[in-house]
Design a binder for this molecule. Sequence first.
Ligand code: NDP
Length: 603
Amino acid sequence: MTDHPSIDKDALRRKYREERDKRLRPDGNDQYLRLRGTLARYLDDPYTPRTEREPRTDHVTVAFIGGGFAGLVTGARLKEAGVEDVRVIEKGGDFGGTWYWNRYPGAQCDTASLVYMPLLEETGHMPTEKYAHGPEILEHCRRIGKHYDLYDNALFHTEVQSLEWDERRSRWRVRTDRGDDFTAQFVAMGIGPLHVPKLPGIPGIQSFGGHSFHTSRWDYAYTGGDPLGAPMDRLADKRVAVIGTGATAVQCVPHLARACGRLYVFQRTPSSVDVRDNRPIDPEWFAKIATPGWQRRWLENFTANQAGGAAEDDLVMDGWTDISRRYRGRIQELDELTPETMRAAFEDSDFEKMEEIRARVDAVVRDRETARKLKAWYRQLCKRPCFHDEYLQAFNTPGTHLVDTDGKGVERITPDGVVAAGEEYEVDCVIYASGFEVGTDYTRRAGYDLTGRGGVRLSDHWAQGMRSLHGIHVHGFPNAFLVQPTQGANLISNIPHNLTEAGRTIALIVKYALDHGHEEVEVTKEAEDAWVELLLSGPGPLLGSPDCTPGYYNNEGQDLGLRGRLNVGYPHGAMAYFGYLERWRTSDAFDGLEFRSAKALYD
Ligand code: NDP
């Protein structure tokens, strides 16, 4: 039996509750502003000029909405399957999705590159670091686009406005904000969960007289520097406020601390910041591990280590796998396995981990009061875990100040600055590290609704919550596919793994339909219902307990009812799901899908 440090669990539970209660607020997601009207300027693309082009009025085999990882991996698998006619429609000026937009200094993936960056083996790329930085990931997106010849047919700086199923012709009609009006036999959508920036609804936000921008539209013309790490030399005489201390702020604050004359970091809830331990990848070592099939082995090992597999070794060995390693260790010590003992083991391993993370703050941050305020009082998976080796250290930099708002948030913005706890901080620039819309409806985030068979809209079909088979197919929406994690594996520590598996599945289905002359493929109502029932029979959402401090993991602390209970994955875990999906898609039966040929449709 391992000796664990003694922890006053009741005191911790009390403290966690008190800290959560301070942050509960009745307005939930409505506390944030939608970037419309005059606020729409926060959405302008600072990276690529928009070029004029003729509207498209043609026909394609597959239209894919979203040019991030989802579109790239699905496009790649379609091309590999011999489906050449693939058109990606993307609102940014290039491929990359979140990595196109998020070019803030220090942007870096928090999941090890060897499992996070898709199609490494296919494109022959070796990441340079264990956790690659944004520019390298963006370049990799472009590499995939070029390797699979996805550029020629792509429409950038283009937003889909409507998708309508034309029953007579078994085609989707796609209309965009650039006047395009074309048809597609199949549509697939990978719009990502984190692409609609939001601003906090702080009174006076529009009155600020200085400069301001959202982190996903970094204004290097104002700050100087570049995404590759050149110093932001225009900030030396500037007073800058950062609002928010989530995963984005954790990565950009160290760079701002080095550059700004004075930096105020406005905190509502501290992040848990664990060790990063990034390092270059040694090409000799890589050559040894990169034998055929290596990336699939790494992906499966990473997933197995945390989502229900039986991995003997831990190839990635990092903060993500540590969470489950500890939990598994605790479980092995149990004499009796019951839901209660397992829950207690989970809580114990979490308490231990969070105590270590809090102790790290004391060890790193010199000012005692600042250290006290930087400690996170919640369970590690209540909020997105962060990993960084320079964030806490940044608060030792002269000129960098933490302004803790004790869970209340910034009070007001004035023409001259930011007010918190009754004190005004005059600043030249406000940087909003305030995140993205996550809890809003899919169709709101997509920017369009789908009109399926019989004129039914996706927003109506999902009025009580998401319904699908595998998180990919929706009844009433033939030849349409979703590429995203929910109702599939729902593996949050490595989103691309979900996407590559969905992409592979869709490519096989499209190929099968084309090879067999099927005009339509649609999930039956029975299969969709059965999948939803299976999902509801599981243990419920992995994240987002109402006991947690509010955030986007738990819909800002508001109970979503059935809608929330449908935001889940396969009940037996991600690893089991991937195994199940592999068997399902290679059986050639595609159980639950109905394929219809032109003859059957017109007879
Ligand atoms: P988040 O939503 O995680 O953070 C927003 C921040 O703004 C929170 O600290 C929030 O506080 C704060 N905030 C909101 N309103 C106010 C207010 N009125 N006053 C003061 N503070 C306020 O957004 P991020 O952009 O940081 O991250 C979003 C997600 O993007 C991450 O969770 C992660 O999944 C992903 N990401 C991934 C990275 C990677 O490594 N691949 C890197 C960066 C981001 P509170 O916590 O109290 O709500």
